[in-house]
Ligand binder design. Structure first.
Ligand code: ATP
Ligand code: MG
Length: 250
């Protein structure tokens, strides 16, 4: 048990969730390493939601509410860290969840689907993933013809750069959550939320609930959003924080 008073409580809880996910056969071993890269960026960010991330989250909410056919892509880390949140989001915007894992084994995909269904997910795709994302090698390219393959907007948190680029080339709008503002994923996506997955999902759900009934300004919100500019603002916020002198005074 980690005491709540521990200064790294939130961070340690996330690690515990991932280790539990690994032990349950949901999270891949490589997922633990990917999380470590994310943690390093979160340290630089200050483990909070930056203004630029909040703006990106608002744009993402607008995009999801305007979408004709949104789909939420779920991998092993997402399933371990934000199970309840993605199920809630899926119901809020009426978008199916699709199990889509990078190091695909049918067994792990099946386990993730079972976990989501146990926790109350209404629609989980991904076990009939017989369509392919063009330009990606076989196992990683598999998607559901009823899901990601035919979606107009894909929320793909913690996605890989190659797949993000390939989805964009298919003409889809892609929303990512990735703590690394320099990753290929962040640079290719339509809207990149540079924030921790737990914080990002909490914010996204809150914003969608708020905007759901007044859809009027959504298009304007999106028109005013420039992802490259937002990533620049994000890096600037990180650098400005690191320049603050008191950060070095222990
Ligand atoms: P890319 O393929 O986009 O160039 P990469 O190869 O460096 O990036 P991957 O291993 O494909 O990265 O994906 C992991 C990404 O997910 C990392 O960029 C990391 O910052 C991010 N990440 C890991 N854990 C979290 C988390 N809890 N919240 C948000 N982002 C995270
Ligand atoms: Mg990658």
């Amino acid at each position: 048990m980690i005491p709540k008073t521990h200064p790294r409580y939130e961070s340690l809880k996330k690690r515990e969730k991932l280790v539990a996910g690994l032990e349950a056969g949901i999270t891949g071993k490589q997922g633990l390493i990917a999380h470590g890269r994310g943690e390093a960026f979160d340290y630089l960010i200050g483990e909070r939601t930056l203004n630029s991330a909040r703006k990106a989250t608002e744009a993402a909410a607008a995009l999801l509410l305007i979408a004709q056919k949104p789909v939420i892509s779920v991998n092993g880390n997402v399933a371990a860290l934000v199970t309840k949140e993605i199920i809630e989001l899926s119901k809020l915007i009426n978008a199916p969840l699709e199990v889509n894992i990078f190091y695909r084994t049918e067994e792990r995909a099946r386990r993730i689907k079972a976990r989501l269904e146990e926790q109350g997910a209404a629609k989980v795709l991904g076990d009939k993933a017989d369509a392919r994302i063009p330009g990606i090698d076989h196992a990683r390219a598999k998607v559901d013809p009823e899901g990601i393959y035919s979606a107009d907007v894909v929320l793909a948190p913690l996605e890989d750069g190659d797949r993000c680029e390939a989805l964009i080339k298919m003409g889809k709008k892609v929303i990512t959550v990735d703590l690394n503002p320099l990753s290929r994923t962040s640079r290719f996506a339509t809207v990149s939320i540079v924030d921790d997955i737990e914080r990002a999902m909490g914010n996204l759900i809150a914003i969608i609930k708020e905007k759901k009934n007044g859809k009027a300004n959504l298009a304007a919100l999106l028109d005013g959003y420039d992802n490259r500019m937002n990533l620049r603002d994000c890096v600037k916020e990180i650098v400005d924080r690191l320049k603050e002198e008191e950060l070095l005074e222990l």
